[in-house]
Ligand binder design. Structure first.
Ligand SMILES: [Zn+2]
Length: 103
């Protein structure tokens, strides 16, 4: 079982702009990056970080990254290939708009 930790207060429902699937964004504790998951996110355990912020533990074999499962992901790769200098954040922004406004 592969576990991911996300901050509970960063979760936000959305739709994939490529395939319209229901997705849910959350910030990964490990990297601080926002990831789109296939909704709903299945939480297996609750934890708190050192300052008491609620962390949700997610089974990554059940709740998959939408990056990995989007039927339009080939299109994402083509965009990536055309713009190889894009960072992960810039790629997300080009696909989903500026996600920072939801914080
Ligand atoms: Zn999609």
């Amino acid at each position: 079982m592969s576990l991911l930790r996300i901050y509970a207060d960063t979760r936000g429902r959305d739709r994939c702009k490529s395939c319209q699937a229901a997705i849910e964004w959350a910030e990964l504790v490990s990297s601080g990056r926002r990831m789109p998951f296939n909704a709903p996110i299945a939480v297996v355990k609750l934890e708190q970080d050192t300052v008491g912020r609620l962390v949700e533990v997610v089974d990554a074999s059940v709740t998959l990254s939408h990056f990995a499962t989007c039927p339009e992901r080939a299109e994402w790769r083509r965009r990536e290939a055309r713009q190889p200098k894009l960072t992960h954040h810039e790629l997300q922004r080009s696909l989903y708009g500026d996600t920072r406004r939801r914080r």
